[in-house]
Design a protein around this ligand. Structure first.
Ligand code: 3HC
Length: 270
């Protein structure tokens, strides 16, 4: 999601520093941005000059020190609290006192990340949706210590990106995933129980409810590993059986069938 977030910020006229763990990931992310911008050019939604200006506003790096002058940092690293806290600590030591640090986490506790810094009032969640350049929503997540000034700044930032922001509390899944994840997991349980074919489950929700993608196609799109992590975090917090990862999801992840990104999930993309 990091590449999508960098893209929409650069498209909105912001100077963006893109930090990745290594050169390979950086090259992959920058290529994804170029490909997405090219799609908008092909559709006539963007002219080539605007695409080039957007790309020129992006600086790619693997050195966290290059973020020192940023006013806002949006973290989109792996859904692992230890990794996130380490990054938040490093950013806190680096950024100007006024800078805001956000997490794009979909389910982890944001206040725990805030507590790793000396600026907890300047820390919030800013949760985007896939594919970021197309999906209009952003969840702004207020922890019990986030200041109103931070929330106001993030709503203004979301507006600048052309997104609609909604205010969520710091509970796993926030608003959208709290509803979406149990639904997706239930689709897996139906398929696992042999109640319907994967195609019929997907067709049912597309044609019966007007969803753009059926649940199993959406799971492959979001990533089965990502969904598995989210479900585990939500189940751990709420102990609600509807949020427990179904055995089939765990086995697909263990088998390396992660969805579209690995070429195989519920469906075969090879
Ligand atoms: N950048 C630019 N353009 C893109 C793009 C991208 N990244 N991805 C797709 N497009 C364009 C395509 O080129 C296509 O353009 P066209 O209409 O001119 O041909 C257009 O978008 C539509 O794409 P497709 O024809 O491939 O497919 P769809 O009509 O099915 O639309 C979709 C794709 C917008 C992804 C739609 O299927 C959709 O809305 N799906 C549901 C997505 C969703 O639910 N996202 C939320 C996931 S949950 C989440 O992210 C939270 C996290 O915490 C897990």
């Amino acid at each position: 999601m990091g590449s999508g977030i960098a893209q929409v910020a650069a498209s909105a006229g912001c100077g963006v520093v893109v930090l990745e763990a290594d050169r390979t990931a950086l090259d992959r992310g920058m290529a994804a941005i170029r490909k997405s911008l090219d799609k908008f050019v092909d559709k006539g939604a963007l002219d080539a000059k605007a695409r080039d200006a957007t790309i020129a506003r992006l600086t790619a790096t693997t050195d966290v020190a290059d973020l020192a002058r940023c006013d806002l940092v949006i973290e989109a690293v792996v859904e692992n609290m230890a990794v996130k806290k380490e990054l938040f600590r490093a950013l806190d030591g680096l950024l100007a006192p006024h800078a805001i640090i956000c997490s794009n986490t979909s389910s982890l506790c944001v206040v725990e990340m805030a507590a790793a810094t000396k600026r907890p009032a300047n820390v919030a969640g800013l949760h985007f949706f896939n594919p970021v350049p197309l999906m209009k929503l952003v969840e702004v997540v207020k922890t019990i210590v986030t200041s109103q000034a931070t929330i106001d700044a993030l709503f203004a930032f979301a507006r600048r990106l052309g997104k609609t922001a909604i205010l969520a509390q710091d509970t796993p899944g926030f608003i959208v995933n709290r509803l979406l994840v149990p639904y997706l997991l239930y689709a897996i349980r139906m398929y696992e129980a042999g109640l319907a074919s994967r195609e019929d489950i997907d067709e049912g929700m597309k044609l019966g409810c007007g969803h753009p993608m059926g649940p199993l196609t959406l799971l492959d799109f979001v990533g089965l590993d990502t969904t598995y992590y989210i479900a585990e975090i939500m189940f751990d917090e709420f102990k609600d059986p509807l949020m427990a990862p179904p055995p089939l999801l765990k086995r697909l992840v263990l088998a390396g069938r992660l969805g579209r990104k690995s070429g195989h999930g519920f469906y075969d993309y090879t």
